[in-house]
Write a protein that binds this ligand. Sequence first.
Ligand code: FEO
Length: 394
Amino acid sequence: MKPREIKPGVYFVGAVDWDRRLFDSLIPLPDGTSYNSYLVKGSEKTALIDTVDPTMEQVLVNHLDELKIKSIDYVIANHAEQDHSGSIPGILERYPKAKLVCTPRCKGMLVDLLLVAEDRFVTVEDRETISLGDRTLEFIHAPWVHWPETMFTYLREDKIIFSCDFFGSHLATSNLYVTDEGQVYEAAKRYYSEIMMPFRTNVQKNLEKIKDYPIDIISPSHGPVYDKPEFIIKAHRDWAFCEPRNIVVLPYVSMHGSTRRMVTHIVEALAGRGVTVKQFDLTVTDLGKLAMALVDAATIIIATPTVHAGPHPAAAYAAFLANVVRANVKFASIIGSYGWGGKTVDQLVAMIPNLKVELLPTVIVKGYPREADFAALDDLAETIARKHKEHDFK
Ligand code: FEO
């Protein structure tokens, strides 16, 4: 695709990666992604904001050639992660007069990660500006969305914020702007859950920090550009500030049907009490969908058989994931079956120290569940429904 003009002299020059299916060798990308790079031409100077993943450097170079860009004065690095910074060395070599502009912390990381020469850098403090002539770039330090060095770049005259990963979505699309808000909402929520949720407090701070800036356009580092930014700002405010909802997330795995039978029972019991349940079979589930469900769930129940002396590895993975993304759940329980003993509950509880949860009664059954076990599951469902009501989770 060609470079896209956002405003006269402001272009999208990034790369759309339709085929990528995994990020960080971890995160599923069902809809591909994009690495957004932007060119801003002022009356006197030209800036390139972020680059692209090194696998697609040639796409960026082709875009700059198509726009006949003979010199770049500033390469702005909002973020040191390689999907945006990885082409910086090549761009600096191609444009030898360009200065690399970033936060002091980002400088250290770019030296470490990409071996950029120290004399190429100009570091900027929070709210510092650089003039391009008739255009001004203001740098807004925004640490921990989602690395410690991140910043936003605000183009004052055009009211465009280049927000690096913040507000991003892993979504390959031929459209420059959002055309389907429902689709982008889902992709952005998935992205938030995987990348930003562990830094919820910092997300809150950074939302507050930019709330007084007039913003007409949000240009993130992944996914389409927002020409109606209100919807994605509101979505992030909801995810970062709101109380959990009346939802139970139930990742489960079953080997011979006992745990599966317990899951069926408690899902019915919860649904009958007005609680929404999101059930995930861990042998096939998309972990991004599980992470997304954890954004606004109040309770997590992990259901697992005992394998040797502990939880099934798939259940351990789910517990570890919930812990890593620091889900905002308030209650947790563990249910499942065993054959001859083990330490499933102790081991799973030890895997979720980041979750600030009240641990509810567990229901661990020897063999196939019997009447008393179903009664215990009913009690657990009753407790969850009552706790959600007491906290007014809607
Ligand atoms: Fe898209 Fe944190 O890099």
